[in-house]
Write a protein that binds this ligand. Structure first.
Ligand SMILES: Nc1nc2c(ncn2[C@@H]2O[C@H](COP(=O)(O)OP(=O)(O)O)[C@@H](O)[C@H]2O)c(=O)[nH]1
Ligand SMILES: [Mg+2]
Length: 532
C-alpha cells in the first residue's frame, strides 16, 4: 500500500470520527468513533515496532514447550506436566529496545533476550483464565500481536472450544493453528486431525489454507512439519514481511471498526427510522395545518380580508365613476387586512395543541435515541407557515385575480353606463345653452354632479353583491411548503454524511486489502477471517 493511499484512508477515518462528534451521545456513533480512533491510533503508534508473534491456547497443550523450542533453549519458559496453568505470566522473547514498546509491566511479563531481531515472541498463560487481570493481559497481548499461533491437542480438537478472543479478533489478525502432541494419538492421521480442525475454523469464518495448519509433536523439533512451522512463524523471512503485515492489519482494523457488530447496517437502519418518523410527523402537521386554515373562524377572517383587498385592488384600477365608492370603502374598511389573516393563522397554529405536540414529539423521539436535539447548523426555527406571509400572498393573489376577471370588468362597464349617460346629457345641455349664449345657473351643475353620483350607485351595489358572492366562496389552501422539521433533518443529514463516508472508506479499504492479498498468501502468513 503506498503511503498516499494510507494517508487518504487515514484522512477518511478522521473525517468520520469528526462527523460522529455531534452524534456521539448515541451508542452507535460513539462505538464507531471509538473503534475507528483505536484502529488508526494503533497503526500510527506501532508503525516502526517489531513483529509480534504470540502463542495462545488452552492449558497444558504445550505452548511453553513450543515457545522454548522456537527460542532454541529448552525450558526457557518452564513447562509442567502436572501443574495446571503452570505459566503465570507472559514470557516475552524480545530485544531490549523492543521491550519498551509493549504495554506490560515487569510483574506481568518475564523478558528474555530475543533470538530474532525485529520480532517478538510471546508465550501466554491460560486464555480461559478466571483471573480478571490475566484476562486483561490476554486481551492486551492479542491486541498488540500481529501473528497468533493457536495451539491445541488431538484430544482437545474434537471438542476444540473456539475461544471468544479468537472469534473476536479473527478478522484483524493473521493466525496459525497447531495440533500439538500428535505422538499421544498415534492412531489418528494428521490429515484427519487437520480436517477436523478445518471444519471448526471454517464454521467461524476463517478461510482455511492447509499450509497454515500444523500437526506435530513439539518433542520432535527436527520433524519436517516442525521445521516448516518454525520457518513460517518465527524466522527472518517472517520479519521481512512485518511491514506489509502491519499495513494489512491496519486495513483490517478499519474494516472491523466499520463492520463489527453490523455498525454500518445499524446506522442505516437508524437513519431509515428517522426518515419514516419524519414522514409520519410531517403528515400529522399537514393535517393539523389543513384543519386550522379551513376552520370556520379562519375562513371568515380570510373572506373579510379578501373582500377588503378586492376593494383596494378595484380602487387602484380604472373604475371611472365607481372609483370614489371603492376608495371610500377601502379607506374606511374595518381594518381587516390580509396581514391580519396571516397573523391569525399563526396564532391559531400556536394554540393548536396537536400541532405544537408534533414539535415536542420530534424532540422526544430524538432524545430517546440520544441524537442531536439542538441544531447548531443555524437552521431557522420557523414553524410551518407562520409569519412567512403565505396566507397574505394567497389573499392578495386572489384579490388581483378576481378584480381582473372579465365578469368584474363587465360589471364595471355596466356600472359606468348610467352615470356616463347622465354626464353626457348634462354636457349636451350645457353646450346647447352655451351656444345659444345662455349661461346655466350653478344649481344646474350641482344637480348634475349629484345625479352622476346617484347614477353610479346601482353599479356600485351590483359589484358589491358580486364581490360578496366571490369572497364568500374563498377558502384558504393549506400550505404547499414542505414541513420544516429541522432537528430531524439535521440528524438525517448528519447520518447521511457519515454513511456516505463509511461506504467510501469501506470500499477503498476493501480494494487496498485485495491488492495486498497476493503479497501475503495465507499459506505463508497465516489465515484470517472475514467479519461475520
Ligand atoms: N507427549 C507430548 N508432550 C508434550 C508435547 N509438547 C509438550 N508436552 C508436554 O506437555 C506438558 C505441558 O506443556 P506446557 O508447555 O507447560 O503447556 P502450556 O500450559 O500450554 O504452556 C509438558 O509436560 C510438556 O512436556 C508433545 O508434543 N508431546
Ligand atoms: Mg505454559
Amino acid at each position: 500500500m503506498s503511503t498516499d493511499k494510507s494517508a487518504l484512508l487515514h484522512e477518511r477515518v478522521i473525517n468520520i470520527t469528526r462527523r460522529c462528534e455531534d452524534l456521539k451521545d448515541n451508542e452507535l456513533f460513539f462505538m464507531l468513533q471509538r473503534n475507528l480512533r483505536q484502529a488508526v491510533e494503533q497503526s500510527s503508534a506501532t508503525a516502526p515496532a517489531p513483529l509480534v508473534v504470540t502463542i495462545i491456547g488452552g492449558t497444558g497443550v504445550g505452548k511453553s514447550f513450543i515457545f522454548s523450542s522456537l527460542c532454541a533453549t529448552p525450558e526457557v519458559s518452564p513447562s509442567s506436566s502436572s501443574v495446571r496453568g503452570y505459566t503465570k505470566e507472559l514470557f516475552v522473547a524480545a530485544a531490549p529496545e523492543d521491550r519498551a514498546l509493549l504495554p506490560f509491566s515487569s510483574e506481568e511479563a518475564h523478558y528474555l533476550p530475543g533470538l530474532l531481531p525485529g520480532a517478538i515472541l510471546i508465550d501466554t498463560p491460560d486464555l480461559d483464565t478466571i483471573n480478571s487481570n490475566n484476562a486483561r493481559i490476554a486481551r492486551e497481548t492479542i491486541r498488540v500481536s500481529d501473528i497468533l499461533i493457536v495451539v491445541t491437542t488431538p484430544d482437545k480438537r474434537s471438542n476444540f472450544a473456539i475461544h471468544q478472543n479468537i472469534v473476536e479478533w479473527a478478522s484483524r489478525k493473521r493466525w496459525f493453528f497447531v495440533i500439538n502432541k500428535t505422538d499421544t494419538a498415534p492412531d489418528a492421521s494428521t490429515e484427519r486431525l487437520k480436517a477436523d480442525l478445518t471444519d471448526r475454523l471454517q464454521h467461524i469464518g476463517f478461510a482455511v489454507d492447509p499450509g497454515a495448519l500444523f500437526a506435530f509433536s513439539a518433542r520432535q523439533p527436527d520433524s519436517d512439519e516442525f521445521r516448516r512451522f518454525r520457518d513460517l512463524v518465527y524466522s527472518p523471512r517472517t520479519v521481512v514481511q512485518s511491514r506489509i503485515l502491519r499495513e494489512e492489519s491496519a486495513l483490517r482494523r478499519i474494516l472491523h471498526a466499520l463492520n463489527a457488530e453490523k455498525t454500518a447496517e445499524r446506522i442505516l437502519k437508524l437513519q431509515q427510522e428517522l426518515i419514516d418518523y419524519r414522514a409520519t410527523l410531517s403528515a400529522q402537521i399537514n393535517e393539523q395545518h389543513h384543519l386550522v386554515v379551513t376552520s370556520p373562524a379562519i375562513t371568515g377572517l380570510a373572506n373579510d380580508s379578501l373582500r377588503s383587498s378586492i376593494y383596494l385592488e378595484l380602487a387602484g384600477n380604472n373604475s371611472l365613476f365607481l372609483y370614489p365608492w371603492f376608495a371610500i370603502i377601502s379607506w374606511f374598511s374595518p381594518g381587516v387586512r390580509a396581514e391580519y389573516a396571516d397573523q391569525a393563522v399563526e396564532a391559531a397554529l400556536a394554540e393548536n395543541f396537536r400541532f405544537s405536540g408534533c414539535r415536542v414529539d420530534e424532540r422526544r423521539f430524538l432524545e430517546d435515541r440520544s441524537l442531536m436535539t439542538t441544531s447548531e447548523n443555524n437552521l431557522p426555527a420557523v414553524v410551518k407557515n407562520s409569519g412567512n406571509g403565505e396566507v397574505f400572498m394567497q389573499i392578495i393573489e386572489n384579490a388581483q385575480r378576481i378584480s381582473e376577471m372579465p365578469l368584474m370588468r363587465f360589471y364595471i362597464i355596466l356600472g359606468n353606463i348610467l352615470p356616463s349617460l347622465v354626464l353626457l346629457s348634462a354636457l349636451y345641455r350645457a353646450a346647447g345653452s352655451w351656444i345659444s349664449g345662455i349661461w346655466l345657473p350653478t344649481d344646474f351643475f350641482v344637480h348634475a354632479v349629484a345625479l352622476i353620483v346617484i347614477a353610479s350607485l346601482p353599479g356600485y351595489m351590483l359589484i358589491c353583491k358580486a364581490i360578496d358572492r366571490m369572497a364568500g366562496r374563498f377558502v384558504l389552501k393549506p400550505s404547499q411548503q414542505a414541513v420544516n422539521l429541522h432537528l430531524l433533518d439535521a440528524n438525517i443529514a448528519g447520518i447521511d454524511k457519515i454513511l456516505q463516508e463509511i461506504s467510501l472508506l469501506n470500499s477503498s479499504a476493501e480494494s487496498q486489502l485485495k491488492e495486498m492479498q497476493h503479497l501475503l498468501p495465507q499459506s505463508n502468513c497465516g489465515i484470517t477471517a472475514r467479519d461475520l
